[in-house]
Design a protein around this ligand. Structure first.
Ligand code: GRF
Length: 221
């Protein structure tokens, strides 16, 4: 039984690429659709070249947020996803959208939440003098960047880091963390997973590779 995964993007889609590539072999999920809210997002052609159906639902062509989200939901319903991964998707979602897909939407955010929700996360971490930065995969709820945390990737901050240099290392960590967490969630494991350079740990002390499905997606082939 394989979980169906849709991925929402707005840009280059480097996280999307890593997620798609991870879903092969004995992985408990498959990518069924990539949707972009921006027609010029490089991730759209990238997804197609990876063999995944990709569409654009341009937010600018809808009169408001609700109309845009209604179009998004119609397209998603046609793809019938079990999980929806936001991967560099730069639109805030309304309560109505979150309620429609409750428990199924995951997001990756480039900070160690609850620190630094919103934008400019790396500059804010450096300005605060943090010795550690990173990224968080969380369930999406009505509150921005505040849903239950599923995974954290920790990256040390060097004294000479700039927001740009830190962003490069955090993005590398995102590319490792998001596929690892997606695999666990698709297998029914939502316990906290932590990744740091050279090591990983699940909330129960068991590595991701050893985690066993606790929930399956019934009726999926
Ligand atoms: C990532 O840093 C993600 O956390 C942030 O936007 C960036 C997306 O990059 N929200 P990409 O489109 O996956 O390359």
């Amino acid at each position: 039984m394989t979980a169906r995964v849709a991925i929402l993007i707005s840009g280059g889609g480097s996280n999307m690429k890593r997620l798609v590539e991870s879903m092969s072999g004995d992985h408990p999920a498959r990518a069924v659709l990539v949707l972009s809210n921006r027609p010029d997002a490089a991730g759209v052609s990238r997804a197609r070249s990876l063999g995944v159906e990709a569409d654009v639902i341009d937010h600018a062509r809808h009169p408001g947020r609700l109309e845009f989200e209604a179009a998004l939901t119609r397209r998603l319903e046609a793809a019938d996803p079990d999980l929806i991964c936001l991967a560099g998707f730069m639109r805030v979602l309304t309560q109505g959208f979150v309620a429609r897909w409750r428990g199924r939407v995951l997001n990756i955010h480039p900070s160690l939440l609850p620190k630094y929700p919103g934008l400019d996360t790396h500059a804010r971490a450096i300005a605060k003098g943090d010795s550690e930065a990173g990224c968080t995969v969380h369930e999406v709820t009505e509150d921005l960047d505040a849903g239950p945390v599923l995974g954290r990737g920790l990256v040390p901050v060097s004294p000479d880091d700039t927001p740009e240099s830190l962003a490069v290392r955090v993005l590398e960590m995102e590319h490792r963390l998001y596929p690892a967490v997606l695999r666990r969630v698709a297998a029914g494991d939502r316990s906290l997973f932590t990744l740091r350079d050279g090591s990983e740990s699940g909330g129960d002390g068991v590595s991701a590779a050893l985690s066993r499905p606790r929930v399956t997606f019934e009726g999926r082939g």
